[in-house]
Every structure is written in C-alpha cells, then in structure tokens.
Design a protein around this ligand. Structure first.
Ligand SMILES: Cc1ncc(COP(=O)(O)O)c(C=O)c1O
Length: 361
C-alpha cells in the first residue's frame, strides 16, 4: 500500500485509522453479516450509528440542548438555499451577508432567489478577498432576519479568528472548511452548517446545527428543505446518506481520541505556523493573505516565478505531495491542512519547498 500526503481542499484526506476501521468492518459490520451500506436505515444497528454520531457532535462541539443536530443532503450549497428559505417569512425582509469570497458570493446569489433585500454589510472583494473585514467597519444589520458569515474561506485562505457579535440577529456560520478544527461557542450562532468532505468525512452529508426557536418560521416548505421536518424526523424523513454518516461517526471518534476540538486546535496551530513560517522566511514564496486573517486550514502561496508552477507540482507529486495546485482565483499553490493532515505531511512539504527554492531560486 502506498499513501500520499493529500493537500486537497475537499474531498480531502481522512484519518488512516478511520479508513482502516471502515475496511475492517466493510463486509460484516459488528456481527450483522452485512456492510453498513447494505443496512436498513431503520435497523437497530444503524439507528445506533446515527445516534452515536449525533451524540459525538453534541459532545465535541458542546452543543446546547436547545439546538438540533441534523444530517442533511445537498451539500453546503443546499444550505445556501435552506437558510433564507427557512429564516425569512417574506421576501422583503433583510438578509445580511459578509462577503469574503466565492462561497459567500454563491450564498448571496442563492439568497437573492428567496429575498428582495439581500444586503452586503462588508466585503473584502476590492483586495481579492485577502482579509476578513473588521466588524467595526461593517454596515449596521440590526434589522436583518439573519447575518451570514463564511467562517473559513477555502479558496482565498482567510478565516475568522473571532466570533461576530450579532446581538438578537441570528448568526449563521458556513463552517464547511474549519468545523471541528477549533473550539466554537455554538450558543453565539443561530445556525451552523458544514459540508462533510473536509473535516468531517466523505461528501454526501452536511452537518447542520440549528437553534430550536428558528424552526417552523415558514410552513409548507418542501419537506427536504424544511429544518422543522428534518428535526422532527431526526434526519430520517427519508433515507439519509447512511454510509457517509457512519464514516463521519468514525471521524468524530478519532477527533475525540485526539483530545477533542481543543486537541485538534493545538495540532492545527502547529501545522499552520510551520507552513506560514516557511513561506514568510523564504523569499522564493509569498502568501497573498493578510497575517491576522490567515486560515489555519487552507494556505495559499505564490512562487516568485509563475513559470515554475508546473515543475513545482510535478516534482512535489514525485515526492508524494499531491493536490497542491492553487485555485484559479488566487493562482500559485494551496495546501489544505485539515484535521486529518498529519504534522509529518506539513514537515515533508516544507522540506520539499526549501529544496525546490534552492534549486530554482
Ligand atoms: C466554505 C465553503 N462553503 C460551501 C462549499 C460548498 O460545499 P458543497 O460542495 O458541499 O455544496 C464549500 C466547498 O468547498 C466551501 O468550501
């Protein structure tokens, strides 16, 4: 078996022990004589899997009892629709967004289909989204039905290292690319959502944490898009993405064994510090993001000569360091350092970068 260090932005690296456990349980899950994939979602064995996954989300994130934990389909993109659909009672209500990159743009564009009053309270577009605007510079939004932020900007490599103050306005956080990477005060949010395929497991399941008083603001929504229906049926209104939830549960157990989110955070700080230090110290590389907004999860970096990008990628691949190509909106490289990326992977990348700079710089 040969494994590489996979710096993909998502779907992304999973803990090896999780994959091994899934492999060991593939043909006969705990004496049931079948794979989790083949199991009825209403069977006792499966009900235990989903209940345990929910309990672990609650435990690891400290989810207060007045919040529902849902496992949805449709990805984080589905939440771009569900949030306005469930929280706005009429099209003229204000929906406030902080614009920090491609994902907030997509979130706003979906909201506009539900709402005639989508307002951008702040934007970092003028500097190609290389920072998170200070809350002191935001437009007022106290009359909005909700405030939406993208807690980590996967493409541009910026992250909120603070929680926005939203007063009585429900705060909605897209945590797709930094969930479980650091402690979060869930009680500050009305809704938290995250596609699973970065820090939680495989694609196909989306974690949604929603405060109970936000359920049922609208009636007669399509059942699959109604938080209330989903909450009342405990994510089992129809067949949930059973195998993805099973893997998510294994990932949560792994996170717990790492010391929970506090343990993950310590590892993530160390990994990100190592890579940013290397980028800052070597004149050959630069990082386009402002220091105080730098993401611990997605690290974009630019080579001093763009013409070397292809050699960098092909030589990195030979060293088993893969999926480092930057997103086209930023260029250069991007290393995603999700929870499951071991420190050894970052050390190998930094050593390779030093060697490449020496040979080509
Ligand atoms: C921050 C963020 N939000 C939303 C999405 C869209 O997620 P999905 O593909 O699950 O719809 C992504 C995907 O990379 C993302 O990084």
């Amino acid at each position: 078996m040969s494994r590489v260090y996979n710096f993909s932005a998502g779907p992304a690296v999973l803990p090896l022990s999780v994959l091994e456990q899934a492999q060991a349980e593939m043909l006969d899950y705990q004496g049931t004589g079948m794979s989790v994939m083949e199991m009825s979602h209403r069977s006792a064995a499966y009900m235990a899997i989903i209940a345990e996954a929910e309990a672990l989300v609650r435990e690891l994130m400290g989810v207060p009892t007045n919040y529902k934990v849902l496992f949805q389909q449709g990805g984080a993109t589905g939440q771009f629709t569900m949030v306005p659909m469930n929280l706005l009672t009429d099209r003229s209500q204000k929906a406030a967004y902080v614009h920090t990159g491609s994902w907030s743009k997509k979130a706003m564009s979906e909201a506009k289909k539900q709402c005639d009053n989508v307002v951008m309270v702040a934007s970092s577009e003028a500097s190609n989204f290389n920072y998170i605007p200070d809350q002191g510079d935001w437009q007022p939004f106290a009359d909005a039905a909700y405030l939406h932020v993208t807690n980590n900007n996967t493409i541009f490599g910026t992250e909120y290292h603070w929680t926005p103050e939203s007063g009585d306005v429900p705060l909605v956080g897209d945590m797709s690319s930094n969930i479980l990477s650091r402690p979060v005060d869930v009680s500050k949010y009305g809704i938290i959502y995250a596609g699973a395929q970065k820090n939680l497991g495989p694609s196909g399941v989306t974690l949604v944490i929603v405060r109970e008083d936000l359920l049922g603001r609208r009636s007669n929504l399509p059942v699959m898009l109604d938080y209330k229906v989903q909450a009342e049926s405990e994510s089992m209104h129809n067949t949930p993405p059973t195998y993805a939830i099973y893997i998510l549960g294994l990932v949560l157990k792994w996170v717990k064994a790492q010391g929970g989110v506090a343990g993950m955070e310590a590892q993530n700080i160390a990994k990100a510090a190592l890579l940013y230090k290397a980028i800052d110290e070597m004149a050959f590389y630069s990082c386009p993001t402002q220091v105080e907004s730098r993401s611990r999860m997605n690290v974009p970096f630019i080579l001093s000569d763009d013409r070397l990008n292809e050699s960098f990628l092909s030589e990195a691949k030979k060293a088993d360091l893969v999926t480092l190509k930057g997103h086209r909106s930023v260029g250069g490289m991007r290393a995603s350092l999700y929870n499951a990326m071991p420190l050894a992977g970052v050390e190998a990348l930094v050593a390779f970068m030093g060697d490449f700079a020496k040979r080509h710089g």
